[in-house]
Design a protein around this ligand. Sequence first.
Ligand SMILES: *Cc1c(COP(=O)(O)O)cnc(C)c1O
Length: 386
Amino acid sequence: MSPAKPKGPSLATLAIHGGRDQHRAGDPVVEPLVQSVNHLQALGTADGLKYTRYGNTPNAARVQKRLALLDGAEASVVLSSGMGATACAMLALLRPGDHLLSSMYIYGGTHRLFLEEFAEMGIEVTLVDPFDPQAFRKRIRKKTRAIFVESPVNPTCRVIDLRPIAQLTQREGLALVVDSTFASPINLRPIELGADVVIHSATKYLNGHHDVLAGVVSGSRSYIDKVLQKEMLWGQTPDPFALWLLERGMKTLDVRVTRANASAMVIAEWAASRPEFKRVHYPGLAAHEDHTVATETLDGFGGMLALELVGGGKAADRFLRRLRLVTHAPSLGGVDTLVCEPRYTSHAKMTVAERVRIGIPDGFLRLSIGLEDVQDLIADLERALK
Ligand SMILES: *Cc1c(COP(=O)(O)O)cnc(C)c1O
């Protein structure tokens, strides 16, 4: 797919070694967890003050360097959740009176942050259909500072073409902020396509084991310094143990994502051949509406897919009750294969009609494909259809 790969070591190698100090004889192979909030300080200077909340202690410094290398950014900062990352990333860009253009297809928490919290702070947000090529340009105002998009899109797995949006933001002097949680840096590096800021919920693929809550913001050094100030003063810094677990999880990022990509493709093709599913949403399928954009801009089609059961909500109830291996739980991007129904999770606040309008009818199931044997997963799904 996209031939643009960072020069130097590949992403698989960077995920294991990036940003690490040169090893010397006697060093541990696994970098130690330094579970200390404060660190001894040199006499007679304010320089070099280390404190966990400042995001500069050893476990933070190393994993942040590694993430910047993976995202192809000058710098990264890890925060205590994906929402903490989005909040601090945007607070570093926007002031009261500013205007933000956002894709209408965004994570539920982000939607509320923009329309409830930011509204209270006097930051106005306009939601835009990101698949209408002129929509962003038409809604730019004097006070517009940034465009925010999330791609691939939850839960329909649509893929937004970032290239024309990046051209627009560059021409207009706006920041392009991309939440690419669903792709991880293995499948998509928005900065290569012209984005200024990348956000990840590291809770998902980056950690990948359903046991850490964390978020990442990547961008220019000067911008990340501003995000660090927000992190420090709004208290969004993770604990060293979360950072250590994240570093450990990231070592297998490439194999996990590559495996999930491959298994999701097999499952999507299987599902497309079954009459019980009305629609299969997976950008790797030639029939998917964004297959061309996905082929041009992604290195892998991802481990997320969605299935629409012919029998609607009742069929979904039956199907989910019969699953043994695939686990019914929210969230995504980990080693266990998970299924959830957006009507009871991310889109629970909408009416049935509203959900239908945005392509999420009852009977819509979102799957996050994990690392189990793909034939075992298909056998489980097949049993549940009977
Ligand atoms: C989960 C998620 C978030 C929020 O991340 P948390 O780590 O739960 O705070 C933001 N964006 C996307 C796309 C997500 O999937």
